[in-house]
Design a protein around this ligand. Structure first.
Ligand SMILES: Nc1ncnc2c1ncn2[C@@H]1O[C@H](COP(=O)(O)OP(=O)(O)O)[C@@H](O)[C@H]1O
Ligand SMILES: [Mg+2]
Length: 365
């Protein structure tokens, strides 16, 4: 068993204000947990504390039921893969793969077996005698993965391992890593700033901002019920639209600057107590459709001007507006509006996300 449990974890560098505060997170045995957040939010710091490369200022970290705060990295049963592959340039691929095992005095026959196995899994058999500089970026990243695999750790830690690869290779490697983790049955903590990577790879994702966990859940839970404005804005492309609106008509109407929407039936109770208050209405681009398309549940018509039309092949993204209110939405690619043209759109009311304008927290619905 290798659960990883973080309890009230805090990190300060010197006397500065903390860069990680009150982090509580349980990563289950064999789970693929993704820590996602913008650059500088503390992802690497958190991962390095799990690895033992960074001291923990307060709180505890346990791996497989054992508190590891004072356990050195080599005794934590983890292996870490970094963005900067960190390969030894003067060693061959084989020597790079063997290095950690030799240090641990693993018997030669065992080393050969582990290296052969990892090379086979990762398709590196032909490259074992090459130096890192004779490999492509993707192959180097495979060697870095191989070095983690041969150690047979119970926890894999990944710190943005694909950031140096081009877009196509990144998509390919992310599938490979996911399959590998599943096949090896290890627990994984994977750090990235890329929300698409987070959504596609994680069994669960933890969204981090400014050293605090904002939300933990399956990708779909986080996507469908973001708990605050930060998460709502961070997850999803194109991002969710945000419209400020006043709660009117006893809670049943949301009045934006240039149009009104009925409020979702499920939220009316919660809105009744907010009459006259400003809230933020979140609308996902796929929840606005051109009129005539099939919809589910209540809809409200809004006429929008198409300010920009982006063709993606399977759909077009239309950046629409109505006065100061802007709404991007997705349309069938075969019938796009002209720039500046009008679109009769339907907003799917039951899919609106509502947030308190002051606390930025989700309002129950
Ligand atoms: N060794 C250090 N000394 C002081 N501050 C640091 C150190 N390492 C990281 N930080 C600060 O901690 C914050 C989080 O950094 P980091 O964990 O690297 O973020 P991320 O990996 O999410 O980009 C940043 O504000 C960074 O400047
Ligand atoms: Mg980092």
């Amino acid at each position: 068993m290798a659960d990883v449990i973080l309890k009230d974890v805090e990190k300060r560098y010197g006397d500065n204000s903390p860069v990680i505060t009150g982090v509580n997170l349980e990563i289950r045995d064999r789970e693929f947990m993704v820590l996602v957040g913008p650059s500088g939010c503390g992802k690497s710091t958190l991962l390095r504390m799990v690895a033992g490369l960074e001291e923990i200022t307060a709180g505890t970290i346990s791996i497989g039921d054992k508190v590891v705060n004072d356990v050195p990295p080599k005794d934590r049963d983890i292996a870490m893969v970094f963005q900067s592959y960190a390969l030894y340039p003067h060693m061959s691929v084989r020597e790079n793969l063997e290095f950690g095992l030799v240090l641990r005095r693993t018997p030669r026959a065992e080393i050969d077996r582990l290296v052969a196995e990892a090379a086979k899994i990762l398709g590196l058999e032909e490259f074992l005698e090459r130096r890192p500089k004779e490999l492509s970026g993707g192959q180097r990243q495979r060697v870095a993965l191989g070095r983690a695999i041969v150690r047979k750790p119970s926890v894999f830690l990944f710190d943005e391992p694909l950031s140096n690869l081009d877009a196509k290779l990144r998509v390919q490697m992310r599938a490979e890593i996911k399959k590998l983790q599943h096949r090896l049955g290890v627990t994984a903590i994977y750090v990235t700033h890329d929300q698409v990577e987070a959504m596609t790879m994680g069994n669960r994702i933890a969204v981090l901002n400014a050293g605090k966990i904002q939300q933990v859940g399956t990708p779909l839970e986080v996507y469908e019920r973001p708990q605050n404005l930060f998460v709502a804005n961070f997850i999803g492309t194109p991002p969710m639209n945000f419209i400020r609106a006043t709660v009117a008509d006893g809670g049943s109407l949301l009045e934006a600057k240039t149009f009104s929407l009925p409020s979702p039936a499920a939220a009316r109770g919660a809105l009744a107590g907010r009459r006259g208050k400003t809230i933020v209405v979140g609308i996902r681009p796929e929840d606005v459709v051109e009129s005539g398309r099939s919809t589910r549940g209540a809809t409200a018509p809004v006429e929008l001007t198409a300010d920009l039309v982006e063709t993606l092949g399977d759909e077009v993204v239309v950046h629409g507006s109505r006065g100061e209110d802007e709404i991007a939405f997705k349309m069938d690619p075969h019938n796009p509006p002209a720039f500046g043209g009008k679109v009769a759109a339907l907003v799917q009311i039951d899919r609106l996300h509502l947030f308190d304008a002051d606390t930025e927290q989700r309002i129950a619905n």
